[in-house]
Structure formats: structure tokens, C-alpha cells
Design a protein around this ligand. Structure first.
Ligand code: PEP
Length: 266
């Protein structure tokens, strides 16, 4: 972590908690975040419960000053049209989102999303004042072949014009594909090496005004017991959490680990 960047912990619920249980989970997360200072928290529920979660968190924010941002897990780059099953940036904004996860490895691998498509979505999100969380990461095959940086930097470069135009409002999530949902986590040193390379690329292409404020999250089997060591790395500015974000105690443990590093733990 670096004191110039506020740590961000985002929970990606994937295809879980699309109904009343999603509202309950969001409220529990809001309660947890009330105990902490200095950490930004985001939840990404399924589309079916986005508006309800955003509305109840907004009401809580008004009553008690709690702030937990809400993210879509994906979006289309067009504003509207004949795109059955898709959701657009203005629709996410309408539902109360300020964030959107883009290019998650599951979208890239299972739904054929390319670097170009992710870049288009990133640009569209920013045009609608959504903060994109742009996911990048190598497969196990690519890592074994020594291609980690080549792959990750290619993915970052594709979104670079949008990342530069965002001037720090966009977030990058480095998620090695082999670490997602597998229980295998990158070592803090390996993760830091990739994060530093991403920041160096931001510096080369966009200068300090982009490289310094842009937050780079780590994702891939983050749990309370490994969070602190990862988050302590200079270029790791937070975490994108899948499985552990579905469990209040585990997500709370990760939030506590982040807060402890910035002196804001309960
Ligand atoms: C994710 O899906 O973005 C993720 C990091 O999942 P997990 O934490 O379960 O590995």
C-alpha cells in the first residue's frame, strides 16, 4: 500500500445472492464498514438485486454516513439497443451503481471477451461516470511459459487510452487466472512484481498523473489469513475478492487487514 492511494476492497459475488439474501449480505457489509476508517468498500451483486442493494445502502448512508459503493459485474458498451440479455452503463447508473467490474477472467474465458471489447467497455463506463475495475491476468499455461508480464501488459495496454483519460478514476485488478477460486494464491513478492510492472507501464504511457493515483488491486483466493501480507506490498492497493466476499466473517477479516495497515481498524 502507498499512503497516496486509499485502499479499496471489492467483493465480487458472481452468480450468488441475487435475492433477499443479497440485501442481507450488503447490510452486513455496511455494518462492518462502519467500524473501519480509511478503506473504501465496494460490493458487486448480481443484476437482479443491484437496485435494491444500492437503494438500501443509500438510505443507510443518509442515516448514518456509511458509504459502500455498488458495482455491476459486467456491462455492454452500447447505451441501448437490440442486445438481448445485456445491461448498459446508463442502466447501471440508474440502478445506483458507481462502479463496474470489466474483463473478469470468467468473462474473457467463458464468454469470449477480447482485450478490444474490454477496452470499449472501459471507455463507455467512464463516459457514464462509472469507475471501471478492469481485470487482467495470465493463465497457468501462460505463467508456466514465462509469459505473465507479456500477457498482463498486453491487456493493460489495450485499455490504456481509457485508463489515461480516467486520470486515476479507473482501477486495475491483477487476477492471475490460476489463483481465482482455486485456493492457490500468488506469493506477495510475485504479485508485487506484476503490480510494479503494471504501474511502470502506466507511468511510461500516462506519466505520474496516471501512475500515482491509479489503484491496482490483487485478486485470486484472497482470504483473511493472506490479505495482510499481500496488501502490505507497495503497489498493491486493495483486493478484488470472490469466494470470501460471500462470507461476512471472511470479508470482514480482509477489511480489517486493510484497515490495520492504514491505522483505521476497529
Ligand atoms: C474473483 O472472482 O475475482 C476472485 C478473485 O475470486 P476468488 O477470491 O474466489 O479467488
Amino acid at each position: 500500500m502507498n499512503p497516496r492511494r486509499i485502499p479499496l476492497i471489492a467483493g465480487n459475488w458472481k452468480m450468488h445472492h441475487g435475492g433477499a439474501s443479497g440485501l442481507d449480505l450488503a447490510l452486513e457489509v455496511a455494518k462492518l464498514s462502519r467500524e473501519l476508517r480509511g478503506v473504501e468498500v465496494v460490493v458487486a451483486p448480481p443484476f437482479t438485486v443491484l437496485a435494491a442493494v444500492a437503494q438500501s445502502l443509500e438510505e443507510l448512508a443518509e442515516q448514518r454516513g456509511l458509504l459502500v459503493g455498488v458495482a455491476g459485474q459486467n456491462m455492454h458498451f452500447e447505451e441501448k439497443g437490440a442486445f438481448t440479455g445485456e445491461v448498459s452503463a446508463p442502466m447501471l447508473v440508474d440502478a445506483g451503481c458507481r462502479w463496474v467490474i470489466l474483463g473478469h477472467s470468467e468473462r474473457r474465458q467463458l464468454f469470449g471477451e477480447t482485450d478490444e471489447l474490454v477496452a470499449r467497455k472501459t471507455k463507455a463506463a467512464l463516459e457514464h461516470k462509472l469507475h471501471p475495475i478492469v481485470c487482467v491476468g495470465e493463465t497457468l499455461e501462460e505463467r508456466t511459459a514465462g509469459k505473465t508480464l507479456e500477457v498482463v501488459l498486453r491487456q493493460v495496454r489495450a485499455a490504456m487510452p481509457a485508463l489515461i483519460s480516467a486520470r486515476g478514476a479507473a482501477v486495475i485488478a491483477y487476477e492471475p487466472v490460476w489463483a481465482i477460486g482455486t485456493g492457490k494464491v500468488a506469493t506477495p513478492a510475485d504479485a508485487q512484481e506484476v503490480h510494479a510492472a503494471i504501474r511502470a507501464e502506466l507511468l511510461k504511457e500516462g506519466g505520474d498523473a496516471i501512475a500515482t493515483p491509479t489503484r491496482i488491486l490483487y485478486g485470486g483466493s484472497v482470504k483473511p489469513d493472506n490479505a495482510r501480507a499481500l496488501l502490505a506490498q507497495t503497489d498493491i492497493d486493495g483486493a478484488l475478492v470472490g469466494g470470501a466476499s460471500l462470507d461476512v466473517a471472511q470479508f470482514g477479516g480482509i477489511l480489517q487487514a486493510a484497515a490495520a495497515l492504514v491505522g483505521g481498524a476497529a
